[in-house]
Ligand binder design. Structure first.
Ligand code: ATP
Ligand code: MG
Length: 635
């Protein structure tokens, strides 16, 4: 029996046990049956978390693009690989078949080669969500160049830092990008960045907005004419299993971003296997992940995982609010989307709007819903479940990280019974552990602690680019022989995991450890509240006290604020306990977020502690304007 598609809970437990009893055998079987190898491995796994060093499928040779494209041509040549939905709903969608994808990737790969890119060179990709973005990743992989995608919402400075960190030789960008009603001048941002980037020799520019831009002689080239002249065949470079596939920087929620390095074989095996199971993907499905390819979610679950399974994967260029808040639902109906994978920040933003936007559209094609990026609060979970899934489509709350490469803790839809706010069970092959502050593992259920992983999994990052010491210090020094995630978690009576927030954000009040997620959850249940964030600030008696930043839905603003404060604290008392009551509640118009939409509590913590002289690295901040406003009105 093949272990590739798990169909019921007993089978999950059976396969899980097998995967942890003998991980080498398990992953060897998966790798053998479902992928195309140029050369077989000599050794499935070798590892040492002290160094740390992890190697999967050593000795093997492969090219991930042959697995994502070439091998589908015979059976799925005409099937849509990438379905591109433009920002403007009046512009026609593009269906790029596997055959067309093959040709376009090869042409792009030939262009890269003709511009002097060789195996191992780093190519920075700074593109909006247009087909060229996915094609550029795959073209790099085709020839063994290492891609480093930088989200095309980052500033010149943030882009320059990332280019310099990896000494990228080439940059691929576009003349501009569309985001809702706005047109952004990406090329000007690039020009600004490149003033301080010496390693870049060539800039390839895709045409999208036809903005008037400056092209620098001897450096900048329009991409399209080069593609037009390029051959549609480019043989795939045989890569070693542990050759780097890409570098990707973490979101920067907690500090200076880290350039995580992912390698080829293990990453491919794990993203493909998780995609198939965690979305219960079937051949005729139309899968849509709303993330940007600039984040790990897009790398693993827009590009590599879906394509390795021969899936149809949707790329959406726009934003959920344009032309109005029904855009997501309009797209679901238009393309008969079966899988929608999005983030709590988007769910909360859409839930705030009139339900009319949802009701206008037929969402009956949906089978599975996903969430990723932050803990999903209970109210958002129910809104998603009731209004989008109509209680028929299971929600997979997937916990994972840039560092983990693939989903680590998640329900399997129609297999694992879901529970609001719980990411539920470890995925096949994943061995979590909860640790106490003294470094001891906490066994049993109904406990909470710091989340670690005890055993390597195929898609784990192998290092931080250029800084292996930082890799060891950040992830492998807190607990001996374990990978430390930086997150806190609870394990309930049946062994389900709930992520309670980042350990850095845990607040100790009168000797009690309080995670941010359960308290914010209680606040968000108040009908007038749209979103909230809590942090600690020093307090003479309690050590720390809690400071809440609360953003109201519109109708909430007309209510008496003191009453609202009381109601919010009552809600916390009922759901979490009086210990978690907030000392201060500031009503705000927005919360500071990373460009991937996550709340940046470290900035709020500084404001609450009146320590605003140095806010740290704010280059990953999406909305600096709210920071000033929050500071001006701080309590
Ligand atoms: P940085 O590491 O630079 O501070 P970041 O941690 O936000 O940034 P990512 O790798 O994009 O960068 O995010 C991973 C983190 O997101 C996880 O460690 C966790 O805190 C949070 N997260 C992701 N998915 C979930 C989820 N389903 N439930 C709870 N938290 C989640
Ligand atoms: Mg992180």
């Amino acid at each position: 029996m093949s272990n590739y598609h798990i169909k019921h809970l007993e089978e999950y437990f059976q396969v899980y046990r097998k995967s942890v009893r003998n991980p080498e055998n398990f992953w060897e079987e998966v790798a053998e049956e479902h992928f195309l190898w140029r050369k077989r491995w000599d050794n499935v796994l070798s590892w040492d978390f002290k160094k740390p060093e992890v190697k999967w499928f050593e000795g093997a040779e492969l090219n991930i693009t042959e697995n994502c494209i070439d091998r589908h041509l015979r059976t799925r040549g005409d099937k849509t690989a990438i379905l591109f939905e433009p920002n403007n709903p009046d512009e026609p969608a593009q269906h790029i078949s596997y055959q067309q994808l093959y040709e376009r990737v090869n042409q792009m790969a030939n262009v890269l080669k003709s511009q002097g890119i060789e195996k191992g060179d780093r190519v920075c990709i700074y593109l909006p969500m247009i087909p060229e973005l996915a094609i550029a990743l795959l073209a790099c992989a085709r020839i063994g160049a290492i891609h480093s995608v930088v989200f095309a919402g980052f500033s010149s400075k943030a882009l320059a830092t990332r280019i310099n960190d990896a000494s990228c030789k080439m940059l691929i960008t576009s003349d501009g990008s569309y985001r809702g009603s706005k047109t952004l001048d990406l090329k000007a941002i690039v020009d600004g960045a490149l003033e301080s980037c010496e390693s870049i020799e060539t800039v390839l520019v895709a045409e999208r907005t036809k903005n008037k831009i400056h092209m620098k002689e001897g450096r900048d080239l329009w991409l399209q004419p080069l593609l037009d002249d390029a051959e549609v065949k480019c043989s795939a470079e045989p890569m070693k299993a542990e050759d780097p596939l890409f570098i990707l920087y973490t979101s920067g929620s907690t500090g200076r971003p880290k350039g995580m390095v992912h390698t080829t074989a293990g990453y491919m095996v794990y993203t493909a296997y998780t995609f198939k199971n965690i979305f219960q993907y079937r051949e005729t499905d139309v899968y849509w992940c709303t993330a940007d390819i600039g984040w790990i979610t897009g790398h693993s679950y827009i590009v590599y995982g879906p394509l390795a399974n021969g899936a149809t994967t949707v790329m959406f260029e726009g934003v959920p609010s344009y032309p109005d808040f029904s855009r997501f639902w309009e797209i679901v109906e238009k393309h008969q989307i079966t899988h929608l994978y999005t983030a709590p920040t988007a769910i909360r933003a859409l839930a705030k709007e009139n339900i009319e936007y949802v009701e206008r559209h037929d969402l009956s094609s949906l089978k599975v819903l996903g969430s990723v990026g932050e803990p999903i609060n209970e109210e958002a979970w129910h809104w998603y479940n009731d209004n989008i899934g109509k209680k028929q489509s299971p929600i997979v709350d997937t916990w994972w990280q840039t560092e983990t490469g693939g989903i680590m803790i998640s329900p399997i839809p129609f297999v694992t019974p879901t529970k609001p706010t719980y990411a539920t069970l470890p995925f096949i092959g994943i061995q979590p552990a909860l640790m106490d502050e003294e470094g001891k593992e906490i066994k049993g259920n109904q406990v909470d602690g710091r989340l670690c992983i005890k055993f390597p999994w195929p898609s784990m990052a192998r290092t931080i680019w250029g800084d292996h010491d930082r890799y060891r210090d950040t992830y492998f020094s807190a607990y001996e022989n374990k990978y430390f995630t930086g997150d806190g978690a609870m394990r309930d009576e049946v062994g389900y995991y709930r992520i309670t927030g980042r350990v850095d954000d845990v607040i100790i009040v009168s000797g009690h450890n309080l995670g941010t997620a359960p308290i914010e959850d209680a606040i968000n249940e108040h009908p007038a509240v749209a979103e909230s964030a809590i942090v600690g600030f020093p307090h003479d008696v309690k050590g720390n006290a809690l400071y809440g930043y609360v953003m109201l839905k519109e109708f909430g603003e007309t209510r008496n604020q003191d009453n609202l404060r009381k109601e919010i604290n009552q809600q916390i008392t009922d759901k979490v306990g009086p210990i978690a009551k907030l000392d201060k509640i500031q009503f705000v118009n927005g919360l500071p977020k990373t460009r991937s939409g996550k709340i940046m509590r470290r900035i709020l913590r500084k404001i609450a502690s009146k320590d605003t002289s140095n806010l740290g690295d704010t280059s990953t901040l999406l909305n600096p304007e709210v920071v000033q406003e929050i500071m001006d009105n701080a309590l």
